[in-house]
Design a protein around this ligand. Structure first.
Ligand code: SF4
Length: 376
């Protein structure tokens, strides 16, 4: 387990499109933050032995990710107390990438300096949009000015590895809005940008207002065009990085490495045993179990050979590094991959002759490509 994820469940308010486990302030009980701190501490205690000796390389983390929810709502001193059993200062080294998610309305320079002192060296900030009416429609609590103030604060606090999250495919959002947002954001020296297509369940009240597939495709292609023209690598379906700044924690997920997830709703994966599990998505259930020193796993599964094969395809196709050409040299896939090349969805890797990868259009239509190749 060289990668650690910690889920912080609190948010200022629940965004209209959010399906993460998070509790808006209006539903957070007065004692919930303390309950979470104590429970997380107890879960950390359960893992200290399994994580190995922190004095050895194997007992150290390559990457740490504080996600949520909004981790930047948890004060650094509370994080310190909750995570104390892990002895994190001993489990990190100069190469550890330590990311924390933040929202514009919950950070200021002083707080950021304290997180930095804790060891956080990368911030991933949820901006999502910069047009005020889109922010409102999404249920975000921050304004466009708050987003800029937060970016100023992050860089003033001395954090230089900064990622920003945007959404595209939002009802009433035009290609020009996404382009303008990217233009405004890259005036800051950000190193990374994630841009996700808004997806909603059919029962969601905003579902009927989502742009159609052609418009969604236009958004995704415009983002690829703009970000690559600014020197960012489009290295994953929804992710762009300056050279040398790919998100190493997410890459651990996408390359099938083991990771440990702590906190309510967190997922974990043990690559050696092909075993995946998930914690309860309820703070109170999570805390109740830990009070009795019981497991907080809601479910676990060991992947079958077929599931592992499907996962291999899903992971390989999402990265611009692509996959070995030999994977499609069997009878079932040869014709299909040639068809995908003709359709402009798959291409020879420009630097590795023996590999294939998705084109920008292929990234935008990745579900279609994955279905075609993985289930052949
Ligand atoms: S801030 Fe993020 S985690 Fe919290 S409600 Fe909004 S989308 Fe969900």
């Amino acid at each position: 387990m060289r990668s650690l994820y910690v889920h912080f469940p609190f948010c200022e308010s629940k965004c209209h499109y959010c399906d993460f486990y998070s509790i808006g302030a209006e539903r957070t009980g007065e004692t919930d933050p303390l309950l979470f701190e104590g429970a997380l501490q107890a879960e950390c205690r359960q893992w200290t032995t399994a994580l190995g000796n922190p004095e050895t390389e194997l007992g150290q983390f390559d990457t740490i990710f504080f996600g949520g929810g909004t981790p930047s709502m948890t004060p650094p001193e509370s994080m310190l107390r909750a995570l104390a059993p892990l002895d994190l200062p001993k489990r990190v080294n100069d190469r550890t990438e330590w990311t924390m998610e933040a929202n514009p309305s919950s950070v200021d320079r002083k707080r950021l300096e304290e997180y930095r002192a804790l060891g956080v060296n990368r911030i991933s900030m949820g901006v999502q949009a910069l047009r005020p009416d889109l922010l409102l429609a999404l249920g975000r609590v921050h304004s466009r000015d708050a987003a800029f103030r937060a970016l100023d604060a992050i860089f003033e606090a001395g954090i230089t590895n900064v990622s920003v999250d945007l959404l595209c495919g939002v009802p009433n959002q035009q290609v020009a809005d996404v382009e303008r947002a990217m233009e405004e954001l890259i005036r800051y020296p950000i190193t990374h940008l994630s841009c996700y297509l808004l997806t909603l369940p059919k029962t969601h009240r905003m579902f009927k207002d989502l742009p159609n597939e052609d418009e969604q495709l236009a958004h995704l292609l415009a983002i690829d065009r703009f970000m690559t023209s600014q020197g960012f690598e489009h290295y994953e379906i929804s992710n762009f990085a300056r050279p040398g700044f790919r998100a190493r924690h997410n890459l651990a997920y996408w390359t099938g490495k083991s990771y440990l997830g702590l906190g309510p709703s967190a997922h974990s994966f043990d690559a050696e045993e092909s075993r995946r599990w998930k914690n309860f998505s309820s703070l109170h259930k999570y805390a109740e179990k830990l009070k009795k020193n019981e497991s907080v796993q809601e479910w676990e599964e060991v992947l079958t050979a077929d599931q592992r094969d499907l996962e291999k395809w899903m992971l390989a196709l999402r990265l611009s590094d692509g996959f070995p050409r030999t994977w499609v040299e069997d009878e079932a896939r040869e014709g299909k991959s040639a068809g995908l090349v003709r359709a402009g969805l798959l291409e020879k890797h420009p630097e590795h002759e023996d590999r294939l990868r998705l084109t920008a259009r292929g990234f935008a239509l990745s579900d279609q490509v994955i279905t075609t190749l993985a289930t052949a």
